[in-house]
Design a protein around this ligand. Structure first.
Ligand SMILES: Cc1cc2nc3c(=O)[nH]c(=O)nc-3n(C[C@H](O)[C@H](O)[C@H](O)COP(=O)(O)O)c2cc1C
Length: 316
């Protein structure tokens, strides 16, 4: 009985970013958040991350853009969005009204474009808790080159954003290069509060009857349960280096997956593809974490963070 009323500490701190609980939504999988507010009160989430926004409107890739695979999905949306100004003027005010903590995801074609977007955000800084720099998507205009996955470029983009903005900065790193600890160190040096890993993994599929690719863009990104063990390994490997707080994402479908990422070292977790399967899953995951903590008499979520490597050291 006493235990029932005992308050559990779900709040987590990632540099200057304080979340009421560790559950946030992944960029591009929760629209602007407003649509999901019809399913549950999105202000209960640790934060809502918006779709990645560019300086100008982008039309995205040719269809088909989505293809379901075994235990996952391929997408090649191509970062379609209406541009940062349209979001700031037309959607952000409504999102703020819901009471949700907002992380605005942005991406630029080069460092200058990241800077220009950051300057647009400057006057809205008080309404958001962080910007997430999408440093993990192939450059759409420049033939798919991932310029922003290079550690020196990461340092440049993060440090210049830090000069413009006082709000939290999250660097979303690519999992398609074997440089996550290097890239994370550069992001930390540049002034980022946290990194989020992983984005989708480059992948494709073909139709054996038509001989056509399943995606209009031929290649896309794989997400969902299929990538969870890979994401967990990346989170574990980075978190045990203790370079910068890590937001873990990739195939989290339920509260058990969320806890698994936290014990592997994530400070917070991102819910992506799961939103397409059950729009209510953010709420269910928060409830599940709460229940798990109550049953095990765990009063503070932070006790669980990285418990795997704290207990067993390097297990690989
Ligand atoms: C349809 C779709 C659109 C996405 N759009 C973005 C995006 O705009 N920006 C971004 O940083 N990541 C984007 N992502 C990647 C997710 O934010 C997330 O990192 C990835 O899907 C792994 O998590 P999951 O397996 O739980 O979906 C997108 C993923 C999907 C499936």
């Amino acid at each position: 009985m006493t235990d029932f009323f005992q308050s559990r500490q779900l709040s987590v701190k990632l540099g200057r970013i304080i979340l009421k609980n560790p559950v946030i939504t992944c960029s591009g999988t929760f629209a602007s958040g407003l649509e999901y507010n019809e399913f549950y009160d999105i202000s209960i989430l640790g934060a809502v991350t918006t779709k990645s926004m560019s300086l100008e409107r982008l039309h995205g890739n040719p269809p088909p853009r989505i293809y379901e695979t075994a235990s996952g999905m391929l997408n090649s949306i191509g970062l379609q969005n209406e541009g940062i100004d349209c979001f700031l003027e037309n959607e952000l005010p409504f999102l703020v009204k819901t009471g949700a903590a907002v992380i605005v995801s942005i991406f630029g074609e080069d460092t200058q474009e990241f800077n220009k977007i950051a300057r647009r955000i400057k006057s809205y800084e008080k309404e958001i808790i962080a910007v997430e720099l999408n440093l993990s998507c192939p450059n759409v205009k420049k033939g798919g080159m991932a310029f922003c996955a290079l550690p020196d470029e990461i340092y440049r983009i993060v440090s210049q954003t830090r000069e413009i903005l006082k709000t939290g900065i999250i660097a979303k790193l690519s999992s398609n290069f074997n440089n996550i600890p290097d890239a994370a160190a550069k992001a930390a040096k540049g002034g980022a509060d946290a990194v989020s890993i992983i984005n989708t993994i480059a992948a494709t599929a073909f139709d054996i009857n038509t001989f056509k690719p399943r995606l209009g863009n031929i290649t896309g990104g794989l997400s969902g349960p299929a990538i969870k063990p890979i994401a967990l390994l990346k989170v574990y490997e980075l978190a045990k280096e203790n370079i910068i707080p890590v937001i873990g994402m990739g195939g989290i479908m339920n509260w058990e997956d969320a806890i698994e990422f936290i014990i592997a070292g994530a400070c917070a977790v991102g819910i992506g593809t799961a939103n397409f399967i059950n729009p209510d899953c953010g709420r269910l995951i928060i409830d599940g974490i709460n229940d798990y903590m109550r049953k095990r008499n765990i009063n503070d979520i932070n006790i669980l963070k990285g418990i795997v490597f704290k207990n067993y050291g390097a297990i690989i």
